[in-house]
Write a protein that binds this ligand. Sequence first.
Ligand SMILES: Cc1cc2nc3c(=O)[nH]c(=O)nc-3n(C[C@H](O)[C@H](O)[C@H](O)COP(=O)(O)OP(=O)(O)OC[C@H]3O[C@@H](n4cnc5c(N)ncnc54)[C@H](O)[C@@H]3O)c2cc1C
Length: 283
Amino acid sequence: MAAFELVRPSTVEEALAHVKAEEGAGVVVLAGGTDLLLDLDSGRSTPKKVVSLRRLPWRSLAWEGAGLRVGSTLPLRTLELDPGVSARFPALGEAIRAVGGPSLRRQATLGGNVGRAAPASDLLPVLLALDAEVELVGEGGARSVPIDGFLRASRRTAIAPGELIRSVLFPEPRPSAYLWQRVRPANDISQVAVAAAYSPSRGAWHVALGGVPPRPSLVPASAQALVTERPAPESIEHAARALAAWPGLVSDRRATEEYRRELVGVLLRRAVLRASEATRGAP
Ligand SMILES: Cc1cc2nc3c(=O)[nH]c(=O)nc-3n(C[C@H](O)[C@H](O)[C@H](O)COP(=O)(O)OP(=O)(O)OC[C@H]3O[C@@H](n4cnc5c(N)ncnc54)[C@H](O)[C@@H]3O)c2cc1C
């Protein structure tokens, strides 16, 4: 591992001064470190300075009306163990439990997963289906970016130089489900994954796909086919066919295109049935 300076600011102002735009690629930020430490160790990342966010007051979880705001450095395990989170955002609980084992989730943070923007992230399809908003903060102030606009490409996001992710907002509870497929469930990443959520305020479904490069994506044609809160079997079939026809389902070293097209229909049917069953007891 190449030498670098480690700084551990305890105020947001101090942290922002360290990551300010003009320092560019020489600075990286560290949250839980589950991704970043591997990059440093392998030499994929060779920064001059590493800015730890662990002392910042961002390990927070707050209800804002019906919405949930999660501080970017809150460990996934804390989110997982909160009974209100899984009750109101079932797909989020399911996606968190898909990330490694409990010891990894004690370190890994939501902000780190979002900042990494990996194509096979388990959390990002769910954030898309739940219409999450990413709050960014820089020396010029704060701004909020819908997750769909935040994700640009594989490992590329809308974070501008000098900005940090402060929090993620989930605006409303949604009956929802997240299902994935892996070769080795315990220690692999998803070949394909589907998140489905029903928005009571919009009267509409959201369907998102994960595990396929370059980034997790919403699939509106599939969501629109679902039509009602508890879709009829023929609507679900239509939505499954629309999802399987999505052009982004390509072959790579983890799965063939044909396998993925077959599988997404199966995952979608199960996810919609599970989520629509939950609408009976929705909060
Ligand atoms: C063994 C293993 C298994 C894994 N399994 C899965 C899995 O099944 N599913 C899955 O989705 N992921 C998996 N991961 C990936 C990883 O655990 C997650 O991406 C994790 O959530 C990253 O969070 P972190 O706090 O550790 O981020 P870090 O490693 O600290 O940071 C990750 C990236 O985000 C940036 N970053 C972090 N915080 C911020 C911030 N507040 N503002 C701006 N940029 C920021 C960092 O600079 C870095 O580039 C696995 C990782 C390992 C090592």
